[in-house]
Design a protein around this ligand. Structure first.
Ligand code: SF4
Ligand code: SF4
Length: 382
């Protein structure tokens, strides 16, 4: 690609983050910072588990964007692989001491490359799978249409990353007296997965289609889906745990450990999707998870939860498609950090990634279904 074309490639990134490309202090905080008092034990999963080179870090991605913006002729095949070797976890942004947005800049580059037809083959294949099958998994899930009950109502959007949780939750909620109606085709992608892969135009179109069916209060299971559908709209859909805590607070439901379940310590793994991002407040799902464990008398093993700086498990961004071995190493390291304590992750997509990597880290929703009993307190619906 010619120098002018390279500059055009970065035009969208320049328009939004142009100033930032020249403000990086090269401090390397986003590369390999360690600060025990703040819970920072390294920062970038890509740098740690793929290649120990600053080129694979927030700082490196800013430098790539600047080089492209200045018209430097880079090998775009190399650039395309590099910008897609990122989990989009956002750690570089929460650690940057001057508030730069390397993850967002890299997302912009990824989208520009995809739209220019310069994405790696693995990304193009993943996008094609989603767009031709309607969801991120080639094998569609089978989910019952509806669960009936006489207690509170829930409108549920499952999405393509959480169909196993969705199936389990439907039975659990129905047994507890909740009436659940599914929104849209429960297997349908909302476009979040397309956005992460850089297919920006399709991601926006699919999101708009999904948002037409999702109203304020709809429960969305996957957190990348929730963020994609909220897109800065505070009155948009909500997470499962927020819905559950509100129903418990409102006296519509009770929640208790099943008979015989011993309240053993549980290690909760954070979801990168629940970090605050530029222009986006994080849903309060982590606080709700803590609240639920307190109600149940289950000790939280990782008392520093939520640690905003935890390294990603490798489920995000283009990592599983472009660098599956590095993505598996990330999952192993994240699971091992829990030690011998039982661990669950808040995000159903991460749970699936752990399973793919052979690690026994299920989802928090699945843990609730297995260990807890839900009961509607009255047959009178509000
Ligand atoms: S988003 Fe995460 S994986 Fe990507 S560069 Fe930043 S810290 Fe590294
Ligand atoms: S992006 Fe921020 S944290 Fe990273 S090297 Fe530049 S100034 Fe430092």
């Amino acid at each position: 690609m010619s120098a002018p074309a390279s500059a055009a490639l970065a035009a969208g990134v320049l328009a939004r983050y142009g100033d930032e490309l020249y403000h990086c202090a090269s401090c390397n905080y986003c590369v390999d910072q360690v600060w025990p008092e703040r819970g920072i034990a390294r920062v970038c999963a890509t740098f740690e588990h793929h290649a120990p080179s600053p080129a694979y870090s927030g700082r490196g991605y800013i430098e790539i964007a600047r080089a492209l913006a200045e018209g430097m002729e880079l090998d775009l095949d190399t650039v395309a692989v590099r910008v897609n070797t990122c989990t989009d976890c956002g750690n570089c942004e929460v650690t940057c001491p001057i508030g730069l947005h390397p993850a967002a800049i890299n997302r912009g580059l990824r989208t520009a490359l995809y739209e220019a037809g310069a994405a790696p083959a693995a990304i193009a294949t993943a996008v094609e799978t989603i767009t031709t099958r309607g969801n991120v998994r080639a094998a569609p899930a089978v989910i019952a249409e509806r669960a009936t009950g006489t207690g509170p109502r829930m409108r549920l959007y499952v999405g393509c990353h959480a169909d196993e949780d969705g199936t389990a939750l439907l039975g659990w909620l129905a047994a507890g007296g909740v009436e659940v109606s599914l929104v849209r085709d429960a297997r349908a992608c909302c476009g979040a997965a397309l956005a992460e892969l850089g297919a920006g135009r399709s991601a926006t179109a699919w999101r708009d289609d999904a948002r037409a069916a999702v109203d304020a209060g709809t429960v969305v299971l996957g957190y990348e889906c929730l963020r994609h559908l909220q897109d800065g709209d505070a009155a948009g859909p909500q997470g499962l745990l927020g819905w559950l805590v509100a129903a418990l607070d409102g006296g519509e439901l009770t929640l208790a450990l099943r008979r015989g379940v011993v309240p053993s310590p549980l290690h909760l793994l954070e979801s990168c999707q629940l970090k605050p991002r530029p222009g986006r407040a994080a849903p309060a799902e982590e606080a709700c998870a803590r609240n639920l464990l307190e109600r149940l008398g289950v000790p939280l093993a990782n008392t520093g939860f939520p640690n905003r700086f935890r390294l990603c498990c490798g489920a995000g961004g283009g990592m599983p498609a472009v660098q599956p071995e590095a993505a598996a190493r990330m999952a192993a390291a994240r699971a091992d950090a829990a030690g011998a304590v039982a661990a669950v992750t808040l995000d159903p997509r991460c749970a699936r990634h752990f399973a793919d990597a052979g690690r026994a880290v299920g989802s928090f929703a699945a843990w609730l279904v297995e260990h807890c009993e839900l009961t509607a307190t009255t047959g009178e619906r509000a």
